[in-house]
Ligand binder design. Structure first.
Ligand code: DX5
Ligand code: ZN
Length: 214
């Protein structure tokens, strides 16, 4: 299981300390949530924070764009250090072009789906993707409860991926803890994002190790 702790729940006054803690942990990726107050009803942070994380981390940076018009910023995210760049299906009118551009810039390309969006909308584009991010909460905030129907969605996506003969990773984001993580692992998820469960635990390093063992 790939574990991608979300820095949205870190202490931003001590971001270097928290990033170094994650870097020394068993986390595989660091999940970076960018929110613009338009696509989602919240604003998080932008390029300077991503650049600061890039400077103090050697991990893969897994950047989740919850923004309108992501096409305008793809190159800037590459220059700020993104390794995986994930855009929302619901924010992209010309998704095929957006994905091609992300790959042309040398990043891995992901598409995120909101909880209400069915997985079959990705049927045509799956072979071009490196990652599908299924939202298991409505995007915009950390600390929300896991939407249980996500489990079925993972199974459906897994079937679509095997039919399309592609090598796409399935990542889940929102309300992940040891209990939901176990269900997601059984359903076939490859990567788990965890924010509040990691940062609100008494020992985040150990919590990451426990998630890693799922
Ligand atoms: C929500 C973000 C998530 C968030 C997850 O919009 O995309 O990545 O950080 O937080 P938890 O794990 O607390 O649900
Ligand atoms: Zn996210």
């Amino acid at each position: 299981m790939i574990i991608s702790p979300s820095i949205l729940s870190c202490d931003f006054g001590n971001i270097e300390r928290d990033t170094k803690m994650l870097d020394a942990s068993k986390a595989d990726w660091l999940h970076i949530d960018v929110m613009d107050g338009v696509f989602v009803p919240n604003i998080s942070f932008g390029f300077p924070v991503l650049e600061a994380v890039r400077k103090s981390s050697k991990k893969v940076l897994d950047v989740h764009l919850m923004i309108a018009n992501p096409d305008n910023y793809l190159e800037a995210f590459k220059n700020s250090g993104a390794d995986y760049l994930t855009v929302h299906y619901e924010a992209c009118t010309h998704l095929n072009r957006t994905i091609a551009k992300i790959k042309e810039l040398g990043m891995k390309a992901g598409v995120a789906l909101n909880p209400h969006t069915p997985v079959n909308v990705l049927e045509e584009i799956l072979p071009s993707l490196d990652l599908v991010l299924l939202m298991s909460v409505n995007p915009g905030f950390g600390g929300q409860s896991f939407i249980p129907s996500t489990i079925d969605k993972v199974k459906k996506l897994k079937d679509l991926i095997s039919i399309s003969n592609s090598n796409v990773l399935i990542e889940i984001d929102g309300g992940v803890n040891l209990e939901t993580g176990r269900q997601l692992s059984d359903a076939g998820a490859d990567a788990l994002v965890a924010g509040s469960f990691v940062f609100n635990s008494p020992n985040p390093t150990q919590t990451i190790a426990e998630l890693k063992d799922l």
